[in-house]
Design a protein around this ligand. Structure first.
Ligand code: FES
Ligand code: FE
Length: 443
């Protein structure tokens, strides 16, 4: 079928433009990609006390994450088992029980039905409450504080799925004692674009920085060298994951460890391996994507003497082929000095918060790509027609750097499309795989 022809184009570094927003492709993605991959739900630091809860989404499924009395985090479908209404509509809070706004059934933090309005009178003895617990999300697993859910009960473990990406996540999540913590709630906003585009942007497109964020060069915040965001390595990882580990423009000065406070350095040296430390010491930015729709960005902002670093996690939640809801979390080392945390937070809000200067640059471009891809010409599916987008950068020319100490296939520049070609390959693998929908939700 069509997807097999696309495969040949992918091998040449070409990507048909209509794939971005085609409704049939989207329907297939919903089933074959979002029905079978691990997707990010939240961070353990968002749920501190028993009864703490947050409401999230796995694509279109509303999810209620609750910490129970034993301190375990459970994930339920946030839909009442009586007649299906959205059970908890708040973003977050603390509760001992959740009462449905429709007919008042009440569930505890274990998801068990504990109260039925006029129960005995209307149902007599027939209603066995045990049979009406909230439905569990089929799989929930965590990695270094990150909570993921999966709709496929037969999915490979989260650990295996993250695979080679873990080595890089370990640097940003595990560099300091106590790990990272979320500050504030996630910020959310809706953008008229496609999820693949945004995942690509963080996964393997440092090439856009010099142009899209040109104003920062003009303001003197970024270097004039048009190659400035190319320095470092782009790494293609298994399962479609991508990471870019940037280093400073040659000749410019930059303190080690992303300018983080000196008192934190001994922690890094304790918590990271020799190889991770060697890479991390020289790092300015770590940015990448965890397939399908989670991205991470660990940058440095500010100027000499006043640098700050943070981690932001992003979800690109599809709401259709041409619409996403962005969820953005700010994280910082639990062990960082308090004043530093505040500075970092301000830096995040000003740059990559929903109204941040850099965010606005990207958002506008992303919506324009989708706009321009919905017209008659761009939608032409004839693959012999010149309707293919270019992902050929570095193809057959930039060779892997064999001396790279981390896992994955590392290229000695970030101006290369290798990681995105890897992302597309995995996308195609899932889209064409012969998946069976065999009673996934039954235990
Ligand atoms: Fe929840 Fe009826 S739908 S109690
Ligand atoms: Fe950008």
């Amino acid at each position: 079928e069509m997807l097999n022809e696309i495969k040949e184009k992918f091998e040449e570094g070409l990507f048909p433009q209509w794939i971005l927003t085609d409704p049939d492709i989207y329907a297939l993605e919903v089933d074959r990609i979002f029905g079978y991959t691990w997707q990010y739900l939240g961070h353990e630091s968002e749920l501190k006390e028993p009864g703490d809860y947050v409401t999230r989404w796995l694509l279109d499924d509303p999810v209620l994450l609750i910490k129970n009395k034993q301190g375990e985090i459970n994930a339920f479908l946030n839909s009442c088992t009586h007649r299906g209404t959205h059970l908890c509509t708040a973003d977050s809070g603390n509760k001992k029980a959740f009462t449905c706004p429709f007919h008042g059934w009440t569930f505890n933090t274990e998801g068990e039905l504990i109260g039925v309005v006029a129960g005995d009178k209307v149902y007599g003895q027939k209603l066995n409450k045990k049979e009406w617990s909230l439905r569990k999300i089929p799989r929930v697993e965590t990695y270094k504080g990150m909570i993921f859910g999966n709709m496929d009960k037969n999915a490979m473990s989260l650990d295996e799925y993250l695979g080679e990406l873990k080595w890089y996540l370990d640097i940003i999540l595990g560099r300091s004692d106590g790990g990272m913590e979320v500050k504030g709630g996630p910020q959310r906003w809706v953008v008229n674009t496609n999820w693949k585009l945004t995942a690509e942007n963080f996964g393997g497109d440092p090439y856009h920085v010099a142009t899209t964020h040109r104003s920062t060069v003009e303001l003197g915040i970024s270097p004039k060298d048009p190659l400035y965001s190319s320095y470092g390595h782009q790494v293609k990882l298994n399962h479609g994951h991508c990471v870019n580990v940037s280093t400073v423009v040659p000749g410019l000065n930059m303190p080690p460890y992303q300018g983080l406070p000196k008192e934190m350095w001994p922690m890094f040296e304790r918590n990271l391996s020799k190889e991770q430390l060697e890479v991390y010491k020289k790092t300015t930015v770590i940015v990448g994507s965890c397939f399908p729709n989670l991205s991470f960005h660990c940058p440095v902002h500010g100027s000499e003497g006043h640098l700050h670093n943070y981690l932001t996690l992003r979800i690109w939640r599809p709401m259709g082929p041409d619409k996403i809801e962005i969820w953005s979390w700010f994280l910082i080392d639990k062990a960082a000095p308090e004043a530093y945390k505040m500075d970092s937070y301000k830096g995040y809000v000003a740059s990559f918060g929903p109204s941040g200067t850099l965010e606005a640059d990207d958002t506008e471009i992303w919506t324009r790509v989708v706009q321009a891809s919905k017209g008659r010409m761009a939608r032409d599916k004839d693959l012999s027609y010149n309707n293919l987008l270019n992902y050929m950068m570095g193809m057959d020319e930039v060779l892997p750097d064999e001396s790279w100490p981390g896992p994955g296939v590392a290229y000695p520049t970030c101006y290369v499309d290798a990681a995105l070609r890897g992302m597309h390959d995995y996308w195609l693998e899932l889209m064409t795989s012969d998946l069976k929908d065999d009673s996934k939700w039954n235990d």
